[in-house]
Ligand binder design. Structure first.
Ligand code: ARG
Length: 266
């Protein structure tokens, strides 16, 4: 079973520019965004069998829809994010309140240490990877490793278009990794290769990486990914996964897709 935290896009728009995808002039079609988000929810619930927990949207917080950045949860413990940009720091109290109201033990990171939640911290049951430089600080990972009792391998993100780890790196339930290697430096690529055997690494082509192919949600053998990534779907089918494409281009205007719109709660 898989529980996911989501937040309806009532106030989703492009009000500032904090990554190379965002252009204030690139207006969001609100109704279309709403339809795309609802289709994503239907696929997650009905095709993938996930359970959804809905947060209440807040006016003036357009990026609250990207719940992957709420924090990271393991068991009953939650570490809420500390955003790099002041525009998103305003979301912190709402995510933190959600964790508290749902009986999580909330563990706060020290002030001034940036960490953007499951957008940057992902992995397999026995080893996690932490993306840093664009958003999260490398220093947060030793602290998070202590809190969660897991090994965390920091990997540097070198391409500003892939500013969160979940834009270029997607661990799958069977131990395979869907990823876009050029988003990492040579050291990061080697660190990944050392942990994930070559036959388990599925490399996404650049054109599809730029369509957020890696920003996918894996629930058992189901993989929900943005539409327009046929080669990635073939790679997944080849390994026995069932891909479910969903059009999410309204959210890509903000630099996010399927995975960014969810937070794994277990
Ligand atoms: N506009 C948001 C930002 O730049 C998009 C966040 C996408 N989230 C993610 N987990 N990659 O912060």
């Amino acid at each position: 079973m898989s529980r996911l935290l989501v937040c309806p896009p009532d106030y989703f728009r492009i009000e500032y520019e904090i990554n190379p995808w965002m252009r204030r002039t690139n207006t969001v079609d609100g109704e279309r965004a709403y339809r795309q988000w609802h289709e994503l929810m239907t696929v997650l619930e009905q095709d993938a069998g996930a359970t959804l927990e809905r947060m209440t949207p807040v006016p003036g917080l357009p990026d609250l829809v990207f719940t992957a950045n709420a924090g990271v949860v393991l068991g009953k413990r939650a570490v809420p994010s500390r955003f790099r940009h002041p525009e998103r720091q305003r979301e912190e109290p709402y995510f933190e309140a959600w964790f508290r109201e749902h009986d999580y033990e909330v563990i706060a990171l020290e002030k001034g240490l940036y960490f953007e939640g499951a957008g940057d911290l992902l992995g397999f049951p026995d080893g996690w990877f932490g993306g840093y430089r664009q958003r999260s600080d490398i220093r947060c990972y030793s602290r998070l490793s202590e809190i969660f009792g897991r090994e965390i391998i920091p990997v540097e993100l070198i391409d500003s278009r892939f500013y969160h780890l979940d834009t270029c790196f997607c661990p799958l339930s069977g131990g395979e990794l869907l990823y876009y290697p050029p988003a990492f430096d040579r050291y990061g690529q080697a660190a990944i290769a050392e942990r994930v055997a070559s036959e388990r690494r599925l490399v996404v082509p650049e054109a599809e990486a730029l369509k957020f192919a890696c920003n996918a949600v894996c629930v058992g053998k189901h993989v929900v990914l943005p539409a327009g990534c046929p080669e990635t779907m073939a790679l997944l089918r080849d390994r026995g996964y069932e891909p479910h494409p969903v059009p999410l281009d309204e959210f890509m205007k903000s630099g996010g897709a399927a995975k960014c719109l969810t937070l794994a709660l277990d």
